[in-house]
Design a protein around this ligand. Structure first.
Ligand SMILES: NC(=O)c1ccc[n+]([C@@H]2O[C@H](COP(=O)([O-])OP(=O)(O)OC[C@H]3O[C@@H](n4cnc5c(N)ncnc54)[C@H](OP(=O)(O)O)[C@@H]3O)[C@@H](O)[C@H]2O)c1
Length: 196
C-alpha cells in the first residue's frame, strides 16, 4: 500500500516503522523534520498535500491543536481513507476537549474523506513491540475499515470494528479514562473487568 503519514512525531515514527514494508510518504509542517524522519525509517518525504494525494490510507499523526492546520496544508481529497489516532484530551485528567468527537470534527473538516478512528488507545511503542493486542476501530465506510484493519494486522495485532463513526466519542472517552487512571498511578488494566 501507499501510506501517507502527516506528522513527524512519536506516533508517526512508531507506525512508519511498523509499516516499513509499504510505500510510506511522510509530510510534516516542517520539511526538515519530515526528511529526517523519512531517512531514519526508510520512507520518502513530501509536502503534506503530496503525502496525502493518491494514498491508499493517510494517517493524521498530529496533536489535536494542529489538526485543522494540517488538514488545511494536506487537503486530503474526497475518498481518502483518513486514519484518526488523535487524543484530544486535557493533559493529566483525560477530559475530552472538543464538544463532538475529534473523529467527527476531522470528518467535517475534510469533507468526502472516509475517517476511521484507530491507533489512539495504545502508546506508539506498541506498534513495534511484537505483542498482539485488540485494536478497536470505527468508521462509516466498509472499504476504509477493511484497509485500516489490514494495516492493524501489519503491526502484529488485530482490529475489531465497534461501530460507525458515531462510536468515535466512546472510543475517545476510553482513552481519556485510561489517561486519567495512568496519571493517578493506577494500571488501567486493573480497573476493567475480565469478561469470559
Ligand atoms: N505518542 C503516542 O504514544 C500516541 C498514542 C496514541 C495517540 N497519539 C496521538 O497521535 C497524535 C500525535 O502524537 P505524537 O505523540 O506523535 O505527538 P508529537 O510527538 O508531539 O508530534 C506532534 C506532531 O504534530 C505536529 N503539529 C503540532 N501542531 C501542529 C500544527 N499547528 N500544524 C501542523 N502540525 C502540527 C508536530 O509538528 P512539529 O514537530 O513541527 O511541531 C508533530 O509532527 C496526537 O494527536 C496524539 O494524541 C499519540
Amino acid at each position: 500500500m501507499r501510506i501517507g503519514i502527516l506528522g513527524t512525531g512519536t506516533l508517526a515514527r512508531g507506525l512508519a516503522r511498523a509499516w516499513a514494508g509499504h510505500d510510506v510518504v511522510i509530510g510534516g509542517r516542517s520539511a526538515a523534520k519530515a526528511e529526517a524522519l523519512a531517512a531514519e525509517v526508510g520512507a520518502r518525504a513530501a509536502a503534506p498535500a503530496d503525502a496525502a494525494r493518491e494514498a491508499d490510507a493517510v494517517l493524521l499523526a498530529v496533536a489535536w491543536e494542529g489538526v485543522d492546520d494540517m488538514l488545511g496544508l494536506a487537503a486530503p481529497p474526497p475518498g481518502t481513507v483518513l486514519i484518526d489516532p488523535v487524543n484530544a484530551v486535557e493533559h493529566g485528567v483525560g477530559v475530552l476537549l472538543p464538544p463532538t468527537s475529534a473523529a467527527e470534527h476531522i470528518a467535517a473538516t475534510a469533507p468526502g474523506t472516509h475517517v476511521v478512528k484507530a491507533f489512539h488507545l495504545f502508546p506508539a511503542a506498541q506498534w513495534t513491540s511484537g505483542t498482539a493486542v485488540t485494536v478497536p476501530i470505527c468508521g462509516d465506510d466498509e472499504r476504509a475499515l477493511a484497509t485500516v484493519s489490514a494495516l492493524v494486522t501489519d503491526t502484529g495485532s488485530q482490529a475489531t470494528v465497534v461501530g460507525g463513526l458515531s462510536s468515535a466519542r466512546q472510543l475517545e472517552e476510553v482513552a481519556g479514562f485510561v489517561i486519567n487512571l495512568a496519571f493517578r498511578g493506577v494500571d488501567p488494566q486493573s480497573a476493567v473487568p475480565r469478561v469470559a
